[in-house]
Design a protein. Structure first.
Length: 54
């Protein structure tokens, strides 16, 4: 499903790199089909690393 947000600002290169890192960590965590407490903590720390959720 495609969502449009006409007022959204384009993501910066830094934001895109941050999202790629998050995507990589999530994909690795899902390889065994479940999240461990450590994996959840790591994902949350990446999400909040820059003080905002993009």
């Amino acid at each position: 499903m495609k969502m449009e947000r006409p007022n959204a600002k384009p993501l910066s290169a830094e934001d895109l790199a941050h999202l790629e890192k998050l995507k990589s960590v999530i994909e690795k965590a899902l390889q065994d089909g479940k999240f461990s407490v450590n994996e959840i903590d790591r994902i949350q720390s990446i999400i909040w690393a820059d003080g905002k959720v993009t």
